[in-house]
Design a protein around this ligand. Structure first.
Ligand SMILES: [Zn+2]
Length: 415
């Protein structure tokens, strides 16, 4: 039995064999096919990955996690007006420290200029940091073509919600140098269906979200090629007709995959379990939908002009209310939670944050080209992942001895 995560953080033990030549040898089992394996690194780079007769049976080797919806992390916010390319790099690198190796930075509803600025900054980060470029597998544009209604709109600013505009989108895609790979929109918006057809023709994954769509709108979007429901069950009215409604319609549509925020707050455990059962593992993807407070210590912060509280349970609330103000989990915590909530295996849960997003984005060639791995211990009694190392693009970018305190990972967000 492994120690609890808290115990390990206070007293980290290393399984790294650090020889005078600077060689690290990790020994563990591959998660998806149980092959005893050694990963040999020299000077921080993978030398060989090879099968061995026996290996450390409590260490698992799995693909690095892929998070297709990240708004911010460790005090950084992709959508802040002041975001810099250094912030984008720092955010990606902070995510590597918690096992998320690949991400789709998520650009949310805003003015043309603000969205353009965020896209430009992400592109700049990719040009100046090749490992970050490898790690960013696409950009997720969530909005601004979403429902203006309170509830479905979520925290997106009303003044910038608008109708789909192909010329505007093309200008953004030009600024993004073609990196926008997912667009979340509401199919009931005027002109949304031909807009979806154009996105699909351009190889973009179309996701339904922040929507008040009717059953007909949803079916028309599916017929036009929409493939995903973004954070199904969230970005919705607090009260809706029991049926039919846009949650059931999307849940029952076999053509649609669903991304799920499994932080224990956005979806109650029974809802998360029911959605996984209804969609099946082949059509689910875990996302963090993390905001800047993710990866930070519990406390009260000034964020986007509001006082928000990060509770010890990793729930982000507007101070003095029950309103959620974003998610603060790491994707690895979503894996732990879905094992608990849905009664699925570790292997199945990890696939929802690795193989599934890779399939959705058709990113196999990019991700499998180099060694992109996480190594971790799993405590089945506590359902806890204890991350030992992250390898991205063949480079060791994190191992558990490099993070001495949480301070190192985080910084305060700008008020
Ligand atoms: Zn959202």
């Amino acid at each position: 039995m492994t120690k609890s995560r808290a115990a390990r953080e206070n007293n980290p033990e290393s399984i790294i064999d650090l020889t005078p030549e600077g060689r690290y040898v990790y020994s563990g089992q591959t998660l998806f096919n149980n092959i005893p394996t050694e990963v040999v690194l020299a000077k921080g780079c993978v030398q060989t990955i090879h099968e061995v007769g026996s290996a450390n049976s409590n260490v698992w080797i799995a693909p690095a996690l892929i998070d297709i919806q990240v708004n911010g992390f460790a005090g950084f916010d992709f959508n802040a007006a002041t975001v810099t390319s250094e912030d984008v790099s720092a955010m990606a690198r902070a995510l590597w420290q918690v096992g998320t190796g690949f991400l789709c930075p998520t650009v949310v509803t805003g003015s043309f200029e603000r969205i353009s600025n965020t896209l430009r900054t992400i592109v700049e980060a990719c040009k100046t940091d090749s490992l970050v470029a490898h790690s960013i597998v696409g950009i997720h544009l969530e909005g601004p073509y979403i429902s203006a209604e309170d509830g479905p709109r979520g925290a997106h600013p009303l003044e910038h919600v608008r109708e789909p505009d192909w010329d505007e989108f093309q200008r953004w895609q030009d600024i993004a140098e073609g990196q926008i790979t997912i667009v979340t929109l509401a199919p009931e918006k005027k002109g949304a269906i031909p807009f979806i057809e154009k996105l699909v023709a351009n190889g973009i994954v179309v996701a339904l979200g922040h929507t008040d769509a009717s059953a007909d709108d949803i079916q028309a979007a599916i017929d036009a090629g929409a493939r995903l429901s973004t954070h199904l069950g969230n970005g919705a009215h607090a009260l809706i007709k029991r049926h039919p409604n846009y949650i059931w319609e999307q849940l029952g549509a076999d053509e649609l995959w669903a991304s799920l925020i499994v932080d224990g707050h956005h979806l109650p455990p029974a809802v998360a379990k029911s959605m996984v059962r209804a969609k099946t593992l082949d059509r689910c993807v875990l996302v963090s939908d993390a905001v800047a407070l993710a990866g930070m210590k519990p406390g009260i912060y000034q964020f986007a002009g509001k006082s928000v509280e990060l509770t010890p349970e990793r729930c982000v609330r507007l101070v003095g209310t029950e309103y959620l103000a974003g998610s603060a989990i790491e994707l690895a915590r979503g894996i732990e939670n879905i094992v608990r909530f849905a009664g699925i295996s570790l292997e199945e849960a990890v696939s929802l944050a690795t193989l599934q997003p890779m399939r959705l984005l058709n990113a196999e060639a990019h991700i499998e080209k180099q060694a992109n791995l996480i190594l971790f211990e799993w405590d089945p009694a506590q359902c806890e992942i204890n991350l030992l190392a992250t390898i991205i693009g063949g480079e060791l970018v994190y191992h558990s001895e490099t993070r001495s305190t949480e301070e190192k990972l985080t910084r305060k967000p700008n008020p």
